[in-house]
Write a protein that binds this ligand. Structure first.
Ligand SMILES: *Cc1c(COP(=O)(O)O)cnc(C)c1O
Length: 407
């Protein structure tokens, strides 16, 4: 996808617009599966919440991946996209027993992350095998020592609750077919991740009927030059070795599972916006663009860095700009960023716009959500239309306040 391709897409579909490169998604998928090629049973579950457009789900299904879902609606989207329910795992947090039961009925693998629901689900459906989400309480310390943290995290069943967990499993007669962790933190120090997986292996020994071990995600991708990313190949070599040793000890060849979101789609995405106005104040040059945190909330919400390139003038001389959105409150994408000289009407391209961008967008300020385009085999395919005025009014009920005339 060249800058010329992107400019043509902005011209054809308008701005702002999200563009995803299918080839990049495929390359990431292949890099991950190659790193674990010595594992006979490998299963990737793409985390739908990162980017949930149905065409993206269909493409990811075509690659051979399954899905990781956190709501029944994501499960339904996956099934609608043609994904076999047996390739979907449901890993919610804090959802009702009723929702979990409905998802189980669809034939989807359930992953339970608290003892209350585990006991209720196990009592009512002892024949449905479930996976349990363990919180190993491991995170990277300052000098890459292991520190036991996240003790107040709302996710997972604490590793320290293993005795009660085992008692619930015995009392209900339920089957535990999988064990899972997803700490949510970036894997930068492979050794820390290996330590967490060793805690998981230890926990796994408590269950006789396992079919898989799911190591969640945490793959870090680069957002800017010089960023450290997860060394997937090193992780592949080290974890595969530990995993195979565990399977030998356990006496059964298990499936190794991961559930990457950001890793598969982040770098595939570009977000294109047009510069409405250049505003010079006493201290700053602002570039005001035709979008805001309603469409890309990560910089304001997490302080995330997204590279911004002026693709209309990519060889111009560099100047400093603060790139701001049109939302009527603080809405800053980048402060004092070096960007090639911007003229009103130029198109700026935000990088890493695949994961947690469109999927977190809203209609704040009564703006339409943008269009989405998939770049596939050298061609642009519209995969979501820009919203229209009717979309804003859909589901609204306009009351009639005109006074009835007295007869
Ligand atoms: C969000 C989520 C993921 C994906 O995380 P990334 O950082 O996008 O890779 C995986 N597993 C679970 C359970 C999640 O909630």
């Amino acid at each position: 996808m060249t800058n010329q391709d992107l400019l043509a897409i902005a011209a054809e579909y308008g701005s702002p617009v999200y563009v995803y490169d299918a080839e990049k998604i495929e390359a990431q998928y292949k890099r991950l599966t190659s790193a674990f090629s010595s594992i006979k049973k490998l299963r990737i579950h793409y985390a739908v919440k990162a980017l949930s457009n149905i065409s993206i789900l269909k493409f990811i299904d075509k690659l051979g991946s399954g899905l990781d879902t956190v709501s029944i609606q994501e499960v339904q989207l996956g099934i609608k996209a043609g994904v076999d329910p047996s390739k979907i795992i449901f890993t919610p947090n804090g959802v009702s027993l009723e929702e979990i039961e409905k998802v189980a009925k669809l034939g989807v693998q359930i992953n339970i992350d608290n003892l209350s629901i585990l006991e209720q689900f196990g009592s009512r459906h002892p024949k449905t095998p479930v996976c349990i989400r363990i919180n190993p309480h491991v995170m990277a310390g300052g000098n890459s020592k292991i520190s036991v943290g996240h003790i107040d995290s709302k996710f997972g069943i604490s590793i320290h609750q293993m005795p009660l967990l085992k008692r619930i499993v015995e009392n209900t007669g339920m089957t535990i077919n999988g064990i899972h962790m997803h700490t949510g933190s970036d894997i930068l120090d492979i050794q820390v991740f290996i330590q967490a997986s060793e805690i998981l292996f230890d926990a796994a020994k408590n269950f006789k009927n396992l079919e898989f071990i799911d190591f969640g995600s945490g793959f870090k991708v680069p957002y800017k030059e010089g960023d450290i990313e997860t060394d997937i190949e090193e992780l592949g070599t080290k974890l595969s070795e530990k995993f195979k040793a565990f399977c030998t000890e356990y006496g059964k060849e298990l499936t190794l599972a991961f559930e990457p979101g950001k890793y598969l789609v982040s770098e595939s995405g570009k977000f294109l916006a047009k510069v409405n106005v250049i505003k010079q104040t006493t201290s700053t040059v602002f570039a005001g663009i035709d979008t805001g945190f309603n469409h890309l909330i990560r910089p304001m919400f997490y302080g995330s860095h997204h590279e911004i390139n002026n693709i209309s003038n990519s060889n111009g001389k560099q100047r400093f700009y603060s790139v701001v959105g049109y939302i009527c409150e603080t809405d800053t994408f980048a402060s004092n960023r070096r960007i090639t000289e911007i003229t009103e009407g130029d198109i700026l391209a935000f990088s890493n716009a695949g994961a947690y961008c469109y999927s977190m967008s809203s209609n704040f300020n009564s703006r339409f959500r943008p269009a989405e385009v998939l770049w596939y085999k050298g061609e642009a395919h519209l995969i979501r239309e820009r919203e229209t005025f009717d979309d804003l009014l859909r589901h609204q009920i306009a009351l009639d306040f005109t006074e009835k005339k007295q007869k």
